[in-house]
Write a protein that binds this ligand. Structure first.
Ligand code: ZN
Length: 138
């Protein structure tokens, strides 16, 4: 990220992607719509929505869908994640762990809600400090 204007523009773009994907949520059981948008270290964006399953354990979070799409397209690291819900929910523990696996050193998380309120958070300091990472397995 070069400067504040560039970051603001990128966040705006990710917000639109995340909102669009929230509309695609398949959530007949919870009725909760979550949208996620990722900016990869290569500069590409990926979106995801939550996809529930009647066998609840088969449910996948929006953040996971976006990460799986990015990694399966050849991405290695993620720089920004925007998470959009009506209420501005933070990512769950499994998503935090999954983000940790592919986090660039400066990964930032943006949490947005329906009122337009947004929080820009540092992944390592505020979302998952003391993470269990691939380094622990070496
Ligand atoms: Zn999750």
């Amino acid at each position: 990220m070069k400067n504040q204007n560039e970051l603001t523009k990128t966040i705006q773009e990710l917000r639109e992607i995340a909102k669009d994907f929230a509309d695609r949520a398949y959530s007949p059981y919870s009725q909760v719509k979550v949208g996620a948008a990722i900016l990869s270290s290569k500069g590409k964006t990926y979106g995801g929505c939550n996809i529930e399953n009647s066998s609840y354990g088969g449910t996948v979070c929006a953040e996971q869908v976006a990460i799986l799409k990015a990694i399966s397209e050849g991405e290695k690291k993620i720089n920004l994640v925007y998470i959009y819900t009506r209420e501005g929910w933070p990512p769950c523990g499994i998503c935090r762990q999954m983000m940790s696996e592919f986090a660039s050193s400066g990964l930032k998380i943006i949490i947005g809600d329906i009122t337009g309120k947004e929080s820009l958070l540092d992944f390592k300091k505020e979302i998952l400090p003391l993470a269990f990472t691939p380094k622990h397995l070496k």
